[in-house]
Design a binder for this molecule. Sequence first.
Ligand SMILES: [Zn+2]
Length: 227
Amino acid sequence: MTKTVRNFLALSFLLIASTPGLAETASTGEANPSLKITLRVYDYAQVRPRTLAGAKREAGKILRKAGVEVVWLDCYGVTVEENPACRQSLGPSDLVLRIVRPNRAARAALRHNTCGLSVLPKNGGGGTYAAIFYDGLEEVAKALRLPRKLILGHTAAHEIGHLLLASTGHSRRGLMRAVFRPKDWDRAGMGDLLFTPGQGQRVRAGVMERLRQQEQAVQMAQLVPAN
Ligand SMILES: [Zn+2]
């Protein structure tokens, strides 16, 4: 497929995916700057800085195409002075991503090739915490000869998707597939493994609701007199 045709298809997809209020920004491939989430990253696996930076770009692009901008905060191994935002209490629009290398017992409890998980509350609603298992991810990268940043970025976007969609469910196509086959990674490499239009709408609705709750929390805090 030529680049022009791919771009045309991508643009069509974005126009279909956009809601009326977001049409202007979504059609240009830009996130609505007001739909912003903060992602605190705890890189316990000590991923190479270039790989982590590339993965953030990959995940950021996917979420931007769904109309959401991600503000990344590196929170592992930094002091309060370096990144005071990491110490603030978590609000509705704050998410936490841990990149870990689980021990042998934890790995045995995981399904083969599981690269990540997200934690959703039992009583419904979106989640806050997700984890990525870097060992499993490296195995996939080695077996399929794929760049780690590609797999890390798409795995992160997939897990963030679970948190924002408030669902553990998977779809038969797109980024929220349960399993990524080699041909899905081919699409990922072309920047074409994305949320479906319906998922994109739900992601935006989820972020809007989080921002509304965040605003309410701020207003409530202002009502409490300072001692
Ligand atoms: Zn999943």
